[in-house]
Design a protein around this ligand. Structure first.
Ligand SMILES: Nc1ncnc2c1ncn2[C@@H]1O[C@H](COP(=O)(O)OP(=O)(O)O)[C@@H](O)[C@H]1O
Ligand SMILES: O=C(O)C1=C[C@@H](OP(=O)(O)O)[C@@H](O)[C@H](O)C1
Ligand SMILES: [Mg+2]
Length: 179
């Protein structure tokens, strides 16, 4: 069955490492479905009076960011049917992982580390966690996180595809899930 605004039964949640395209692809999918789009990072920025994410990390620390992230996501999942893109670290929190896997369709945007490294220069200024680590440490984090992203309903490898192509693959997978 074709997936559209009417037939979409659950919120769609995007997970994956920093910079894989969760915000970009999530927005495209939401537009095409004509359902609201939310991004946990954008909601956290609003909650901190428009401070940037690096400012929040530097002023209040990562734990304060994580607490607000968990609260924000748990509330959003309970709200209307929507497309929700998470920050890359959100899925490390068990309560977030459990809630998303139980109540939403979880879409993992995957990349190889080799392809991800090409994108690193455009990510570093806005992702505070990347600013304090060597490339070897980032690769370790990438591998550790990947084992938790293994819990998902749909996976798309995005190394060599555009955001539009990723969205198209997601629609095809949703149609199969629906049958
Ligand atoms: N499939 C893709 N191919 C090339 N660049 C992409 C792709 N998806 C996202 N990008 C770019 O990568 C950067 C990070 O994307 P973003 O959607 O913010 O990722 P995330 O939300 O996962 O951190 C942006 O500059 C975006 O334009
Ligand atoms: O992976 C992480 O720990 C983070 C990912 C970021 O979101 P994106 O995955 O959208 O870059 C943002 O939430 C913050 O910088 C921390
Ligand atoms: Mg994002």
């Amino acid at each position: 069955m074709k997936v559209d605004h009417e037939s979409l039964g659950r919120t769609l949640v995007f997970i994956g490492f920093m910079g894989v395209g969760k915000t970009t692809v999530g927005e495209l999918v939401a537009d095409r479905l004509d359902v609201p789009f939310k991004d946990s990072d954008e909601e956290i920025v609003k909650a901190f009076d428009e401070m940037t994410i690096p400012e929040i990390f530097h002023t209040y620390g990562e734990q304060a960011f994580r607490n607000k992230e968990k609260e924000t996501i748990l509330q959003l999942i309970d709200a209307e049917k929507q497309v929700l893109s998470l920050g890359g670290g959100a899925f490390m929190q068990e309560a977030v992982r459990q809630k998303c896997l139980e109540e939403a369709v979880v879409i993992f945007l995957d990349m190889t580390f080799a392809a991800w490294k090409e994108r690193f220069p455009e990510l570093i200024s806005s992702r505070p966690l990347l600013q304090t680590k060597s490339m070897a440490e980032i690769e370790t984090l990438f591998a550790e996180r990947r084992s938790l992203y293994d819990a998902h309903h749909i996976r798309v490898l995005t190394d060599e595809i555009t955001p539009e192509e990723a969205a198209e693959q997601i629609f095809q997978s949703l149609e199969k899930l629906d049958r």
